[in-house]
Design a protein around this ligand. Sequence first.
Ligand code: IPE
Ligand code: IPE
Ligand code: MG
Ligand code: MG
Ligand code: MG
Length: 337
Amino acid sequence: MPFSEGMGPVPSAYLVSHMTLSAHIDSRLAALELPVEPRSLYDPIRYTLSLGGKRIRPQLVLLSCGLQDSDPLDALDAAVAVELLHTFTLIHDDIMDNADTRRGKPTVYRKWNANVAILSGDALFAVALRQLAGYASRPYHGALMDRFLEGIQLVCEGQAMDMDFESRTDVALPEYLRMIERKTSVLLQVGMEMGAWVGGATPDIVAGTGNIGLRAGLAFQIQDDLLDATADPHIFGKKAAGDIREGKKTYLTLLLLERCDRREAQWVQTILKQKSAADSDVTRMLELYRDYGIFADTEDAIRTGYKAAGDVLERFHPSESRSGIRDILIQLSTRES
Ligand code: IPE
Ligand code: IPE
Ligand code: MG
Ligand code: MG
Ligand code: MG
């Protein structure tokens, strides 16, 4: 059953209001006053921001502010900070993952080189932090900054775990879930908390709002793992089966390792370890996924995750922003990119 079933139709007014929020985010990103020189520092930033992306995180920041009955646009600086931080993590992640393609175009480290990607990522990190200066006089400023910085640290922890998993053969799903909570969910969680702070929420409500992002983020990353193996790369914007070729421990590989026999498990570990799977190896891996019901159960886990996010959301009183978040969860649950 699709996640959206039983939730009723999505009124088009909310879709329109999303587009408006998205347009605000894009125009703020376009208006960032980045210096021109040195071009090796700023051209890669401009390039990555110009390639779009779904802008899920900043929309959730704005709607979290709206969820507290405040104007969503009060949180525009926080939303922009979160999107810039996300963009920085992508530029560095693509070096770590040897990824050729992002958002359908060459990654920064491929188009330029790794040093350029490291440095432009670092600058973007600073630009992201500077977006929050406007909240300096607000009573929640200390909490907001501390949580943002803690979130960045946790993302680094998740990325370190993801990297360490590549050379381990004993990783199981509970540890994987702790890894994706850090590398992916935390940014959605912290972003939604930031929106709630700006919207005037109490600490309890801030935490409850963040919980929506935490739940959605887990589903989002499991789905990213699934799409990595199954999506049309032209729509997904990233190389097909990049995770298998890079020897990543994904939700799918770990579920498969739980279920397959010892001979197959040895083969899976060998393919992942060699980090140079041939097309025929990828095909065989996908066959194993199918044979062991991995695709179906991964889809189930994704549905359950988005449903859990929706359940937390339903505890908030009805509002246009609540409907907006619900609509994003529905759209995400069937995303192809
Ligand atoms: C990609 O995030 C990184 C993950 C956490 C899987 P998105 O899928 O949100 O990337 P863009 O911003 O839309 O390109
Ligand atoms: C991304 O995980 C997490 C961060 C960027 C912090 P992935 O490595 O799976 O993301 P993609 O698939 O490259 O977007
Ligand atoms: Mg990665
Ligand atoms: Mg990656
Ligand atoms: Mg991925």
